[in-house]
Design a protein around this ligand. Structure first.
Ligand SMILES: NC(=O)c1ccc[n+]([C@@H]2O[C@H](COP(=O)([O-])OP(=O)(O)OC[C@H]3O[C@@H](n4cnc5c(N)ncnc54)[C@H](OP(=O)(O)O)[C@@H]3O)[C@@H](O)[C@H]2O)c1
Length: 257
């Protein structure tokens, strides 16, 4: 089996970044363009029921994830994925970093963590690497001892509500950090919240040639038994097949208000 923790230490090539279509022309979004990237099994599972790292995709997919990460001004991750996968969110490939510099971006994307409770362990690997600034969006539920420890490593945005307002978070990233593109690396809980609020623009989905089964293993939209408030239409923009893996890119249709 393969791991939802996709190995971040693989070699790669540079890719040119196309400007997302909503940035072309005069229309300017008040929030960044959000692209989510996931791998799932043929039966729709993104990990196993223990949420522990499981390796189920190829080197090509791991490189695909890094390429997507390299396109973002910021990379966004939910606290649970950060905790389980213990990733630095770096870019090991020099080519990818050089391509960013050519596009006028810093070598590494801004690293953004979302947590409601804020009990984020400052010993996680991400805090041991200073490749790019780390920004944490959380709430005043964050215990004091975590605040003090994290302040040394990251910028904290703590809201008074019990949940982080994701739309507001994206606006802050746009206005305060000049972030125009966000590469969201999940997990499912965060993705579902973004989706419910119409805050996802593109979805990159790798279909890996495995079936896991099991009601307790999360799908792309998590473990919730609830339907989404409304079904979300995805338009297929691209498909690439490499070996037994299929790389899909969807445009997520904007939510109608
Ligand atoms: N196959 C893949 O491509 C892939 C990709 C990513 C992750 N994964 C796997 O997915 C699993 C983790 O997914 P997950 O669904 O459990 O967790 P997740 O989405 O990574 O993180 C959930 C946590 O993020 C915070 N959060 C979520 N929504 C929020 C919101 N609206 N506002 C503020 N904070 C919010 C909360 O943190 P607090 O609890 O701190 O409040 C919540 O518990 C791991 O096993 C990981 O390996 C797989």
């Amino acid at each position: 089996m393969k791991s939802a923790k996709r190995n971040r230490n693989v070699g790669g090539t540079s890719v040119s970044r196309r400007r997302p279509e909503r940035f072309r022309g005069s229309h300017i979004l008040r929030r960044p363009f959000v692209t989510a990237t996931f791998a799932m099994t043929v039966d729709g599972k993104i990990t196993t029921r223990t949420l522990s790292p499981v390796d189920f995709t190829t080197r090509e997919d791991k490189l695909h994830l890094l390429r997507q990460r390299s396109l973002g001004d910021a990379v966004l991750i939910g606290h649970s994925t950060l905790k389980h996968d213990n990733v630095r969110l770096g870019l090991p490939q020099e080519e990818l970093r050089e391509a960013r510099i050519k596009r006028g971006q810093p070598p590494y994307p801004l690293r953004v963590i979302v947590s409601n409770e804020g009990k984020i362990d400052n010993r996680l690997k991400i805090f041991q690497s200073d490749i790019s600034p780390i920004v944490i969006f959380s709430t005043t539920l964050m215990p004091r001892k975590y605040r003090c420890a994290l302040l040394e490593k990251a910028t904290l945005h703590l809201s008074k509500s019990r949940r982080v307002d994701l739309a507001q978070m994206l606006q802050t990233l746009r206005s305060e950090y000049k972030v125009r593109t966000v590469a969201c690396e999940g997990g499912a809980t965060l993705f579902r919240s973004l989706l419910e609020q119409g805050l996802v623009d593109h979805l990159n989905l790798t279909i890996a040639p495995y079936l896991f089964g099991g009601a307790n293993a999360p799908t792309l939209t998590g473990l919730s038994k609830e339907f989404l408030p409304q079904s979300v239409h995805c338009s297929l923009l691209g498909m690439r097949v490499v070996g037994d893996e299929c790389f899909l890119t969807y445009r997520i249709r904007a939510k109608k208000h």
